[in-house]
Write a protein of this length. Structure first.
Length: 488
């Protein structure tokens, strides 16, 4: 089994050096290739941030992650008027039914209405926090959990939900602190132990991850803990143990959709996208989030047409889900048929006309169609409306600066291009921790360094990224293109 993560976009088979004499034309060509291939997946990942794994947690979330494992149950016991209680109970129940049917946008709407109507009910705030997280509205999720916890500070479910949201926001230390406190007070909290193991894996600490994952497996054996254990042992090169836990997971309730999704997640981590696709296609009557996961997996396999087809199916099934609409639009753009993105962008704009990804995708289309002034307008609007914690992760905003920089260069506005490059440099220099070791971070920093005329620094980052993966099809394509452009 190869150690592959969904973030890796470079090969480790070559150690060629950039020449100090590399021309600016070559640097520009390499930068364009890195941007084109390396960040094709950013937009498509965002739907999975809510539906199957977190945008800042793509690497090791397998199947149904612990951020979704338990739906909070809304209380009906607060001291409101009788009519208000009945109406709030109906709204809460409607939110839960929408969640069960995979309609996260509708669930968020019902949960928000219920919490606003009964602001003294902490369970309604927890329900809103959960629904907001599934919609990728991470700051709103954290705020909702915070409001509920101010009413009932000792709520373990509220604390756990907040920790799960923090983990997706990249606030790893805060998430770990809360989770360790929860598990210390209640050692039988399996999902919280699983998330602790998952966080350790994302930071590359597989040995410590084993402690929490084995603890979760002892509490209650399950496919997800077994798959995470298999991946951890794989990274520690303990292949007998890795295969042992993989077989346990494979034979545990194989007809359960959650198990099939877990298996698909494992195969994605191993780079076996065909097996991941087969696992997902074996699920009968899949919900829209499963269809979106299938689309994403097709995209990883390089089948952009199938990815676009299944994203369209998911988006059409839930037309009020802005994340699915934008993922479908992004998938159509990736196929090169930008006109097909229009209906999905229209739906998304009807939901939130100033949503940052609406502007970003419009900017990308305008850039492709060489409508540079429109591209400048849309990219600037995307940056202006970008939330503090976008569901795609902290690299997304930096990439927007680089995209805008490229447009400014195309129209000869070197001063504005330099300003955008400076913003990207400052923001990426401000990142640290687990993200700094990922291929996506290294790739983006290399792109920034190339654009800044620092090929030696770019070389160092590219080589580090190359060491992470040797078999991903995008990695091999990018590796060959870069070497060809550099004359190696």
């Amino acid at each position: 089994m190869e150690m592959i993560t969904a973030e890796n976009l470079l090969s480790s088979q070559h150690r060629e050096h950039f020449s100090n004499q590399t021309s600016q034309c070559q640097i520009k060509s390499v930068a364009a290739l890195i941007a084109r291939l390396g960040f094709l997946k950013i937009g498509l990942l965002s739907v999975l941030a809510a539906s199957c794994c977190g945008a800042s947690a793509q690497v090791y979330s397998v199947g149904q992650d612990s951020s979704q494992s338990k739906q909070p149950q809304a209380s009906q016991s607060q001291g409101l008027g009788w009519g208000s209680n009945i109406e709030n109970a109906r709204l809460a129940r409607a939110a839960q039914l929408a969640l069960q049917h995979g309609d996260h946008a509708l669930a968020f709407d019902y949960a928000r209405r219920a919490a606003q109507a009964a602001p003294n009910d902490p369970q309604l705030w927890f329900l809103l926090g959960y629904a907001a997280r599934l919609n990728g509205r991470l700051q709103e999720s954290a705020d909702a959990y915070g409001k509920g916890l101010r009413i009932t500070p000792g709520s373990v479910e509220g604390q756990s939900g907040l920790a799960q949201t923090y983990s997706l926001m990249g606030r790893t230390h805060d998430a770990e602190r809360i989770l360790k406190q929860i598990v210390a007070e209640d050692p039988k909290r399996k999902d919280d132990a699983l998330l602790l193991g998952d966080l350790n894996m994302r930071s590359g600490d597989y040995q410590d991850a084993l402690e929490w994952l084995n603890k979760a497996e002892r509490i209650e054996p399950g496919a997800r803990s077994e798959l995470l254990l298999a991946i951890s042992y794989q990274h520690l090169n303990q292949m007998d143990q890795a295969n042992h836990f993989l077989e346990l997971a494979r034979h545990r309730d194989p007809n359960n959709p959650d198990v099939e999704r877990s298996m698909a997640g494992y195969y994605r981590q191993s780079g076996d996208y065909r097996e991941a696709i087969a696992a997902l296609k074996s699920i009968h009557n899949p919900k829209p989030d499963v269809t979106a996961e299938l689309a994403y997996t097709y995209q990883l396999n390089g089948d952009l047409d199938e990815a676009a087809k299944f994203y369209a199916q998911a988006a059409n099934a839930v037309p009020k889900d802005i994340g699915l609409q934008l993922s479908a639009a992004q998938a159509e753009v990736a196929t090169g048929v930008t006109a097909k993105a229009a209906p999905f962008l229209s739906r998304a704009a009807a939901i939130d006309a100033n949503y940052y990804r609406v502007h970003a995708i419009r900017g990308e289309i305008a850039k492709i169609e060489e409508r540079n002034q429109d591209a400048v307008k849309e990219y600037n609007a995307a940056i202006a409306s970008l939330p503090a914690a976008p569901s795609e992760g902290p690299l997304y905003g930096i990439q927007l600066h680089m995209d805008l920089m490229g447009v400014y260069k195309d129209i000869g506005d070197d001063e504005s291009a330099h300003r955008q490059l400076g913003s990207a440099q400052a923001e990426i220099d401000g990142l640290s921790g687990q993200l700094a070791g990922t291929a996506s971070y290294l790739r983006l920093r290399a792109l920034i360094e190339l654009s800044a005329g620092e090929p030696d620094k770019a070389l160092s980052d590219v080589q580090k990224a190359l060491a992470l993966n040797a078999h991903d099809r995008d990695d091999l394509q990018l590796d060959g293109d870069v070497l060809m452009r550099l004359g190696h």
